[in-house]
Design a protein around this ligand. Sequence first.
Ligand code: F6P
Length: 364
Amino acid sequence: RKKIGVLTSGGDSPGMNASVRAIVRVGIARGCDVYGIYEGYRGLVEGKEKIKKLKWDDVRGFIHIGGTVIGTARCMEFKERPGRLQAAENLIKNGIDALIVCGGDGSLTGADLFRSEWSGLLAELVSLGRCSAEEIEPYRALTIVGLVGSIDNDMSSTDITIGAVTSLHRICESVDSISSTAMSHQRAFVIEVMGRHCGWLALMAGISCGADLVFIPERPPVEEDWETSMCDLLQSHRLLGKRKTIVIVAEGAIDQHLKPIKPDYIKDVLSSRLGLDTRVTTLGHVQRGGAPAAFDRYLSTIQGVEAVEAVFRSTPELPSPMIGMCQNQVTWQPLVKAVEMTHAVAKAIKEKDFKRAMELRDPE
Ligand code: F6P
């Protein structure tokens, strides 16, 4: 009988609960025991009451709730080897032989590291006398499956991550609200959106809300004097009769020299050079909370189903799949490859190779 542990990790994202619900119910339907690991990797390290068997009814009503009911954390202990050793021991002591992790880039990087160290961790537990050789025997192969839960949509090898669409909706609603007051006062608004080092939310919000200008990390302004180009563009829109100016700035936006472009700086430029009455709005965590949109409920449900399937069908060639979505099809990718490519994007940006960063983010 398979015992599956499920945890959500990193920044919460709308849809995580729906994926836990799907994993629990499909797992039970397929004859497995499913354990909720509370508070992400922290719960895995702490063990005891943080690891609880979940029944069918425990996830009733989960599908439409935002955030993650089983909790999440940004766990420092799991970043260190002693923490991962403790986590391995807790899995074995609870009889868990498969782990499904729903989280973003950092969480899946942690999962991949855990997988790569697994046999070494087992050997260490035996040598320290914390587990016997017989005890570890059934756990020689730990299956880890990754689901990408992140509003940032910053993971390579998948077109879309759980929560990104809901967050985009939330941003659009906010920008629409800001637009009406901006138009009334003929004001300019500089709106900062989340996304860490990824500009997907900013770019999509810009297109969806008809913003005047968008700043994203992957494509910094090409001009050295981008401030003048920005003012010329925004002024030309005003001359066409626009009563408002909307500039969307990704929180990771940078210039060609990798210097952050900050909303307050843009505000100062627009006020001083164009004389626009300018306000800054940082949308903050309102973008991350709240009920998941229908798409995220659907995405996390079908991916949760697939994650359980992956527990049964992972092979030595693909021991740790990441469940993604490419061209409207659910896909399995090697977790290790997806993590490597995501890190390669960050590296390409640091090296100012922005074209390569875009290619790596969307290899298809
Ligand atoms: O990764 C999701 C995210 O919301 C990012 O967009 C943002 O940079 C970060 O998490 C904020 O983290 P915290 O909630 O820890 O402040």
